[in-house]
Design a protein around this ligand. Structure first.
Ligand SMILES: Cc1cc2nc3c(=O)[nH]c(=O)nc-3n(C[C@H](O)[C@H](O)[C@H](O)COP(=O)(O)O)c2cc1C
Length: 187
């Protein structure tokens, strides 16, 4: 069996200068050994429509097929997202809904690490809470510790490098625990 662990990362923000996408990119240099991370965009996904899904999955829009294919070989997920109106951004929830359907769902029962970045103090806490029933519905086990990067402006340099040492340590811990969980599931 291939020992490399393949993670797929999704940002909940489409904004070019999104703090959450900046963090997702910064995570690449904090990965444990033998772990890879590929970013998958939710941009361009249509709104969920059951008329183009199960039972006739050949009807799925091309963007949905690409998105699901991008998740298929992932051993685990990293989701980094802002909070919109105290909850999960609609675009991200829509992407999860498209990925969740069918016995061939590429996300059901996959381990997941969740993080959020806010320019404020404790934004993303409610997004992280709103994800709990979603993870429960999909049998996705979330790794700890939970990560909230507050006051984002002070945590990155102009190149997008995560400079806050405490946050780096927490993320390394979370990624290690994600890796361990995946190894446990494989054995
Ligand atoms: C539609 C919308 C709703 C928002 N709702 C909240 C909110 O409920 N709580 C919060 O702390 N910030 C909220 N914000 C502010 C975002 O946290 C902030 O814009 C953040 O930088 C977005 O993440 P990004 O930089 O990755 O795009 C909201 C922003 C938008 C666009």
């Amino acid at each position: 069996m291939n020992s490399t662990i393949r993670l797929v990362g999704i940002s909940g923000s489409l904004r070019k200068k999104s703090y959450n996408t900046i963090l997702l990119n910064a995570v690449k240099e904090l990965l444990p050994a033998e772990v890879t991370l590929e970013l998958l965009s939710i941009d361009g996904l249509p709104l969920y429509n059951g008329d183009f899904d199960i039972p006739d999955v050949t009807q799925r829009p091309a963007a949905v097929v690409d998105f699901r294919n991008g998740l298929e070989h992932a051993d685990g997920l990293i989701i980094v997202s802002p909070e919109y109106n105290y909850s999960i951004p609609g675009g991200l929830k829509n992407a999860i809904d498209w990925a969740s359907r069918g016995t061939d769902s590429p996300i059901i029962q996959k381990p997941v690490a969740l993080m959020g970045v806010t320019p404020g103090l404790w934004g993303t806490v409610r997004m992280q809470l709103a994800f709990q029933p979603v993870f429960q519905a999909l049998g996705m086990q979330q790794t700890k510790p939970e990560i909230l990067v507050s006051q984002a402006k002070a945590k990155f340099d102009t190149e997008g490098k995560l400079t806050d040492e405490d946050t780096r340590k927490l993320i390394i811990k979370q990624l290690l625990s994600l890796k361990e969980q995946i190894i446990k599931m494989r054995s």
